[in-house]
Design a protein around this ligand. Structure first.
Ligand code: DLL
Length: 433
């Protein structure tokens, strides 16, 4: 039977959710106007005042916030509350420029942990569970968020953080952990280690996994579920909006319910900024309606995805988002063709490979080259050159039909591509443009 952490809000009638969103939005916009000069200026430039925002239908009148705004206002320029009211910061890794620092009041931490608790309960978690949190702890939101959620659910929380794979496995086995929280690429790696150590799915006590922080395919989900003998749930979020738990999967595993009492979602055309109708694919934009310290309004995530308001049989009434296909800034343009790494992953996994691969793009004689290096699994490993070439040809053909592009495929020995303990880095773009 489906269980909920906060059934009164997770399963509330739509009218109630919209009423709550309207009230919270009006209040939030006024508060930001009063307390965040950076955003007020943006509103003034667009000719909007709080009086123009009466319901969520007026949302489109408000200016967007982007990562560039966060960088420009770094570190304190977008705070909605004085420092004395804030109790925490978290931060992104800053691989693509300056770090983003997000602030939290105690109310914000609570709200965030509630969202993570909803995700854990949706994955079947109770106070009887042993929940191992193998996301990184520290500035990254994965560890702290799920740690807090697990406490709220009352599960026995094992804060292993990421890394030290053999110790992770020791704790899972010794404590009979039942829920595992980590990135999907790390879950796949743990599965690989378990296999090497001679453990099959029936030897592993885990029953569910809560995996997110990076894009992963349905094929990868099936692989992880099979190896670990679990049900694998997706969880989505970003530092700017608090962290994991903005949206999470229920037992139906057909998209992630967005916690709409806290986050209003829009899908926009990433080029024109136009709001797109339900079902169309575009960039996810969120408005955090009751966060205090870091009140993001119309924040452009750059994540490409679609949403559906179709009724979900789990009983939750909150809108669902599809698995993000990738980020608009992850999208590669190779010889003029738009390529998402997730499309390449789908071809590899459909052909029996695991998600251990690298995508290397370069430019030779003014032409883009796409080289996919993929590990053979131990079962397919061979030194028969003819067999390897045949396998490579099959992948080249599969990639051509998925992408419309000719790629070079290199099969490499098992375990020769470095494993990730957090978010996997799979794309190496050597082009100097
Ligand atoms: O990754 C928060 C998180 C931690 C989510 C643990 C889930 C689990 P950031 O480091 O700020 O925060 O990165 C946010 O990661 O904009 C997406 O591009 C990507 N992302 C997060 N979850 C998913 C997911 C955390 N389930 C960025 N599927 C986001 C695909 C995801 N991409």
């Amino acid at each position: 039977m489906e269980r909920y952490y906060q059934p009164e809000i997770e399963c509330a009638p739509r009218e109630e959710i919209v009423k709550l969103q309207n009230e919270r939005l009006v209040k939030q916009v006024q508060s930001v106007w009063d307390n965040v000069p950076y955003y007020r200026k943006k509103m003034e430039e667009k000719g909007v005042t709080p009086a123009d925002i009466k319901t969520i239908d007026d949302l489109h009148k408000l200016p967007f916030l982007s990562k560039d705004d966060l960088r420009e206002a770094y570190p304190y320029g977008l705070m909605g509350r004085p420092l004395k009211d804030c109790v925490r910061i978290q931060s992104t890794s800053g691989t693509t420029g300056k770090r983003v620092v997000a602030f939290y009041t105690q109310h914000d931490v609570d709200l965030w942990e509630d969202c993570c608790a909803r995700a854990i309960v949706a994955a079947g978690g109770t106070n009887e569970d042993v929940c191992q949190v193998s996301y990184g702890y520290g500035l990254f939101t994965g560890g702290p968020g799920l740690n807090g959620g697990s406490h709220k659910v009352g599960s026995l929380t094992v804060p292993t953080s990421s890394g030290n794979t053999d110790r992770q496995i020791m704790f899972i086995m010794d404590l009979s952990a039942t829920i595992l929280c980590c990135t999907p690429s790390y879950a796949a790696y743990l599965g690989e280690r378990f296999k090497e150590m001679g453990y099959g799915p029936d030897d592993i006590s885990l029953k569910a996994g809560i995996f997110g922080a990076e894009a992963w395919s349905e094929e990868m989900r099936r692989d992880i579920e099979k190896t670990l003998g679990i049900k694998a749930f997706d969880i989505y979020g970003l530092t700017e909006l608090s962290g994991p738990g903005v949206a999470f999967e229920c037992s139906e595993q057909k998209g992630m319910h967005i916690n709409e009492d806290h986050f209003i979602v829009e899908i926009i055309d990433p080029v024109t900024g136009e709001v797109l109708p339900e079902g169309e694919q575009g960039e996810l934009v969120f408005t955090a309606v009751d966060k205090e310290a870091f009140p993001m309004i119309r924040y452009r995530t750059r994540d490409i995805c679609s949403i559906t308001r179709e009724k979900c049989s789990c009983g939750r009434t909150h809108v669902r988002m599809a698995k993000p296909k990738g980020r608009s800034d992850d999208m590669l343009i190779i010889r003029g063709v738009n390529v998402f790494p997730s499309q390449i992953e789908t071809v590899l996994l459909n052909n029996g490979y695991a998600a251990n691969y690298q995508i290397i793009i370069d430019r030779v004689n003014n032409t883009d080259t796409l080289d996919v290096r993929v590990e053979m699994t131990p079962e397919m490993f061979t030194d028969n050159v003819g067999e390897i070439q045949q396998r490579q040809r099959t992948l080249v053909e599969g990639l051509r039909s998925m992408l419309g592009l000719k790629a070079q495929v290199t099969l490499v020995a098992p375990k020769s591509i470095v494993r990730s303990e957090g978010k996997a880095v799979r794309v190496i773009d050597k082009r100097k443009i």
